[in-house]
Design a protein around this ligand. Sequence first.
Ligand SMILES: Cc1cc2nc3c(=O)[nH]c(=O)nc-3n(C[C@H](O)[C@H](O)[C@H](O)COP(=O)(O)OP(=O)(O)OC[C@H]3O[C@@H](n4cnc5c(N)ncnc54)[C@H](O)[C@@H]3O)c2cc1C
Length: 410
Amino acid sequence: MAQPHRIVVVGTGLAGASAAAAVREQGFTGDVVLLGRDPRSPYELPALSKGILLRDADEPDWVRDEGFYAERGIDLHTGTDVRELHLGERVVVDGDGTRHGYDRLVLATGCAPRTLPVPGAELAGLRTLRTLDDALALRDVLGDGVPVVIVGAGWIGCEVAAAARKHGAEVTVIDPLPLPLHRTLGDTVAEVFRDLHARHGVTWRLGTGVAGFVGDEGVVTGVRLDDGTVLPAEVVVVGVGAAPRVELAKAAGLELCDSVPGGGVAVDASLRTSAPDVFAVGDIAAHFHPRYGRRVRVEHWANAKDQGTHVAGTLLGGAEPYTASPYFFSDQYDLGMEVRGLANPFTDDLVVRGDLAAAEFTAFWTRGGRVLAAMNVNQWDDGDALQALVDIQAAVSPDDLRNADLADLT
Ligand SMILES: Cc1cc2nc3c(=O)[nH]c(=O)nc-3n(C[C@H](O)[C@H](O)[C@H](O)COP(=O)(O)OP(=O)(O)OC[C@H]3O[C@@H](n4cnc5c(N)ncnc54)[C@H](O)[C@@H]3O)c2cc1C
C-alpha cells in the first residue's frame, strides 16, 4: 500500500489521541487531523471515578501535554462531532458540514454509557459517568449524609460507591446479579468486593432489578425496585455498562461484529476494518486476537493506549498483529488491584495465592492447567511474573501457583 499523506482520527479519547501522537513519534510527516466531540484536550478516564471524585485531583491525566499537538503539527479539533463517513470518497463530515478528506482513517469513538429502558428513565438528575464534566458535576453533589443510589455493581458502580462513602454519603448499590463484579470475577473473588464495600458502610441490594425511577416535577427522587420498594435518593448514578459507539461505522457499511458482548467494529489482527484504509482502536474495536483465535473487545485503559500506539505502525504500512494481553486496574478504598489476561471465572479453575479474607492475594484462573488470567490484589511485587505467565499461558500446577516464587515459574 502507498504511504499515506493525510491521516484523520475520529475520537479524542486515549485511543485516538495515542494514535495521532504515535504516527508523529514514528516519523510520519504528512497531515494528521484529530477530531473529537469533547471540548477539552484529550484526557484519560480512570481518574474520573477515582482521584477526581475523591477530590484528590481537579484535573484528569492528559494524554499529552497541552502544547504537544500544536508543536507536533497535529491538527486537533475539539468540540467537533463527526456525523458522516463516506468510504468511497474517503471523507468524514463534521457537524458544521466541514469535509475532512483522508487517505487513512482511524475510528476511536469509544463507548457511551448505557441507560435503563424503564419508566422514569427520562427524568432529570439521572447521572452517568463518562466525561470530565460528568465527574465534576457528580462530585459536587456527593456529601455527608446525602442518600446516593447507584444502579449497577460493575467497576464504575463500585468505584463511585467508594468515593461517595469517602464523602460520607449514604450509599445503596443495586444489581440484579448476586454479587458485585460477578461476571468478571465469579463467586469467590466477587465476595471479597461485596465484603469490602459492606465494611465501608455500603448497603447492597443484590439480586434485585430496577423497575423504574420515580420523580417530582421532572427530577428523579428515587429508584423503584422489582419488588415495588422505592429507595429515596438525592443522587442516582446509573452504571450499567457502556455500548460501543459504532454508528459512523455502521452507517458507512463497515463490518460489525456481534460475537463480542455489546458488538463492535470488526478489525483484523493488525486493527484494520473491512475497508482497507480504515482502522478502529480502543473500546469500539472487536479485534481478532491471534492468541485467543477469536475477536475480543476490551474496554480498558491499557488496550486504548496500546492499540492507539500500535495502529500507527499499521497506518504507516506495517502488518504486525496486536497481541497484548488485556490488562485492567481498579482502586477502591484501600484496595488496589490489577487483572491480566482473559478467562471465564465460571468455567475456568480458580487458584488463590495469599489471603482472601485480608484482601491480600493473587487469584489465577487456569484452563487445562494453563494460566489464562491473574489478578493481584494489594500485592505489587509480581507484576512482571504475572504478565509473563499470562502472556505465555504457562502450564503451572496449582501447588506452584500457590507457593512457588512466581518469578521462577516463567
Ligand atoms: C469513569 C471511568 C473510569 C475508568 N477506569 C478505568 C480503570 O481504572 N482502569 C482501566 O483499565 N480502564 C478504566 N476505564 C476504561 C478506559 O478508560 C477506557 O477503556 C478507555 O478510555 C477507552 O478509550 P477510547 O479512546 O477507546 O474511548 P473513549 O475514552 O470513550 O474516547 C472516545 C472519544 O470519542 C469521542 N467521540 C465519539 N463519537 C464521536 C464522533 N462521532 N465525533 C467525534 N468524537 C466522537 C468521544 O467524545 C470520546 O471523547 C474507565 C472508564 C471510565 C468511563
